[in-house]
Design a protein around this ligand. Sequence first.
Ligand code: C2E
Ligand code: MG
Ligand code: MG
Ligand code: MG
Length: 292
Amino acid sequence: RSKEIGRNSFQLYKPAMNARSLERMAIESKLKHALINNEFSLYYQPKIDSFTHHVVGAEALLRWHDNELGFISPANFIPLAEELGLIVDIDIWVINAACKQIQIWQKNGLFDKRISVNVSALHFTQGDLAQTVKNALSIWQVDGRFLEIEITESSFIRSLEDAKKVLKALKKLGVSLSLDDFGTGYSALSYLARLPIDTLKIDASFIAKVPDEYGNSQIVKAIVAMAHSLELNLVAEGVEQAHQLAFLQELDCHAIQGYFFSKPLTAQQFELFCEAHRPAKQQMDLSSNNSQ
Ligand code: C2E
Ligand code: MG
Ligand code: MG
Ligand code: MG
């Protein structure tokens, strides 16, 4: 009898494995064609001034839509793209798509704040990130100060000196640099003083637990204090609730990003959001223009 169970469970196990690897293979081969088939798009999540609630920038977030599979989360396909050696091409697409959108918004006078893009840590060892950014700024005629690059701590693991060269080259182009998911990477903080980073983005996992969990709240306080003393800008990620916002305001954390204000939006939805959150003075200017 036990032999029978053993055999059955073996039989159940094997096809399940195959199904999973078949599914993975299907996603892999689809992902390989996603760029050519034009299946990627960018969504924009507003970054908001904690005090005035004005839009101070936006983060471009990649979306992949496959006809059969539907929307696939970047959390799932980015690691796969890294494994398959597709990530540099995807990053190049993202940087260009963002610059193209920045150009459109600036020509229309719709948005003149910074847009950030995420780049893979692998882009520090494969490809030439600074050259990619330089090319995109020149193709789309965008001033570097309107672009921000979000990197993670894993970008420095291989070689701090190599990463420093890339970051310095990016700074020369006028782009700003922010450190994403701060607090979740490895904890050698000395690089903060040695690298030309402008902004820390406090990881959403810390924000999720403030102000109720004492330990987490203390960590967020310490990060904010450190950013202030190093004269770094701050963005809190994943702000979903009013009491989280209140806690961050109390600490003087200037910018926030999260569902409390907005989910990532299509370019068009983002334009409407900006109009609704325009500073009062400009709103008055607009209405007086309209009445002329
Ligand atoms: P990230 O850069 O830390 O982006 C923040 C993620 O948190 C986004 O998920 C965003 O939609 C989500 N988020 C924002 N506010 C909230 C909130 O209030 N609550 C919750 N629960 N989530 C919130 P998304 O778009 O699924 O992206 C996941 C990750 O995938 C990003 O994390 C980033 O590491 C990576 N990624 C996204 N776009 C790109 C890209 O264009 N290139 C590369 N290399 N990586 C990307
Ligand atoms: Mg990011
Ligand atoms: Mg993040
Ligand atoms: Mg992340």
